[in-house]
Design a binder for this molecule. Sequence first.
Ligand code: ASP
Length: 358
Amino acid sequence: MRTKGYKKIFLDIASPNLCRANILLIYTGGTFGMEKGKDGTLIPFDFNKVLENIPVIKSFDLHISVIAFDEPIDSSDINPDYWSILVDIISREEAEHDGFVILHGTDTMAFTASALSYALLGLNKPVIITGAQLPVSVPRTDARENLITSLEIASSKNEQGEPIISEVCIFFNHHLIRGNRAQKVQSSKFDAFRSENYPALAEAGIEINYNHAGILSKSKGIERIHTPEWDTRVAIIKIFPGISREAVELTLKSPSIKGVILETFGAGNTMTARWFIECISEATKREVLILNVSQCLGGEVNQGMYAAGTLLEKAGVISGSDITLEAAITKLMFVLGQQKSYKNAINQMLTPICGELS
Ligand code: ASP
């Protein structure tokens, strides 16, 4: 099968009947499958080369089919169109597969994991996103271990034959974490991802130990959205001491901006200058949705804790609680994309969709 932008490859390992599970592996690119080009920079290579480097996956008791992007990308190039392609692939293939593994660059993996967690709500199957800090062809690579354990997790079932994981996760460096709680915190160590406000869902040692109490249970009665809309009329304002009025107004007064993440200090504080609070207030009156997300990786926004936060609350800013920036901006695009009423969009931003906030 060859569809616009991606192709399907079958690894004819064994008949699906003889296998423990049917897994779809989606290869998008990233360092995992890169090699040095002539000028020394890393560029993505074809999926067949990935296979050459991990021949062992052909001998698993899994039936694995692969969908590879025609042109693998550095994940810095990811955008909502790609998220829609991934949702489309998984929706078309969901009936034939027990689980999904996505190979993705680490730079924007937490954004993709968050976006997919909202868009795939109700899928109730494991979607494990992984990648690597070193290309698969490098002797000390982390790619092999990350992929092999991701395949294992995506195919793991409980005694009733149900998937152990039925949500979107990132598996990296021995840890399985909820996709919409993950943040890339390291560019040079193998331990690249953290979930500061939510415990890991599994740890892979000699055995894979699942944190059953922390895993989302199957969502019931959810109508799947097969073609999600993403509203990209959003922005992030990161507050810093000395931020200029011009910089703030440029974003908040722009008529084409519908939602803003205010990245604030500590428990959700900003400066209290009158021009700033008035600018915020004027924007929320025009129904610009403003969400307060802390610059701290751990802890939560509490707008009632300090006078500075209270002013924001009064100006119509809503609290992002303990959500990550990645989960917040993707949720904002997703919610504004589906939800046309300002009031409903606010309610959805305040309500956990799939474990992204406590
Ligand atoms: N720039 C790469 C990417 O995100 C980095 C990686 O994969 O680790 O695609």
